[in-house]
Design a protein around this ligand. Sequence first.
Ligand SMILES: Nc1ncnc2c1ncn2[C@@H]1O[C@H](COP(=O)(O)OP(=O)(O)OP(=O)(O)O)[C@@H](O)[C@H]1O
Length: 344
Amino acid sequence: MVVIGREEATGATTRLGHYRARDGSRGAPVDVDVDRPHIGLVVGKRGSGKTYTLGVLAEGLLAAEGVAPVVADPMGAFTPLETADVPATVVHPRVRADALDPRQWCTVLGLDPERGAGALVWRAASECATLDGMRSWVADVDAVASTARAASNHLALAASWDIFDAAGIETETLCSDSLTVLDMSGLASRPAGAVLAAVATALYDVRMAEQTCRLPWFLIDEAHAFTDGVARRPLRRLVTRGRQPGVSCVLATQRPSAVPATTVSQTDLLVAHRLTSTADIDALHAAHPTYLDGDFAARLPETTGDALVVDDGTESVHHVTVRERRTPHGGETPRASDIGAGRE
Ligand SMILES: Nc1ncnc2c1ncn2[C@@H]1O[C@H](COP(=O)(O)OP(=O)(O)OP(=O)(O)O)[C@@H](O)[C@H]1O
């Protein structure tokens, strides 16, 4: 058995799959280290198996000791786990208003913090811990009526997202040993970004403050949707500095070229499924030039579920077939023929 992500021979691992021989036959088992923190990137074009691979990893983390797995699920692909026979909790995430700092409030509402409504929202977020408090503060503030009205309208929009409440997600929920699935399937990109920003910050802070002994693993599907906007800074901090306090992060994306180069270069585990876009292939190649020399594109797999795995720690590249999942996968793209099949 080979373990990806570590140099020494001890510590917990989880099965990722098997080596794929040149003739397609199955070789030795391949595990991934889950003992130490890692920054992972799972890439591949649509339908190549990214979400499935994230699910394989989530299953492995569920069985591991001492970790707290959390999945950001923008497509609802992990919600079937709620009814599977595994310790998974699906939550419609709500976060505290003060989980976002004043600058993030302006970003998430698309306001310039220097001027007008943005400056008012900034002050409201500095003064108040809850969204209701911010709305009351704006209603009472001595400001130009049109500016106050604009700020009030933006905060009403934030309230309509239904993601802010005074309690927010409990740290105990996020850091439990069961899998926490943040079901973000009903959320538009701004509220989804706000949730991601708040959770990324909470996971980092909780470890910095030594409030949990478990090591969080934050798995983020469709990660390119969050690398811009309000989640950009918290995500960058998690990826660049999270390992030190013990937070792992695994990003899955079909568009590695849309992920900042600094993020791609921070990954110590790269799982590359089938990719055809030159820009995406170049983005990976640029971030890992040492191990991805030669004709990287030609080495990428053709078949769904197959992957080229790059282990930065041991500076090695592995051809792997990801194993089948034990729990239901909800990432299937709907087909018109599904409807046809149900007709009389
Ligand atoms: N390792 C695997 N073993 C068996 N089947 C797999 C494997 N990986 C993927 N599949 C199959 O391929 C389908 C597509 O995989 P998946 O939903 O993970 O793709 P994706 O890359 O996340 O696509 P999208 O970008 O559209 O979200 C899955 O529904 C599953 O049936």
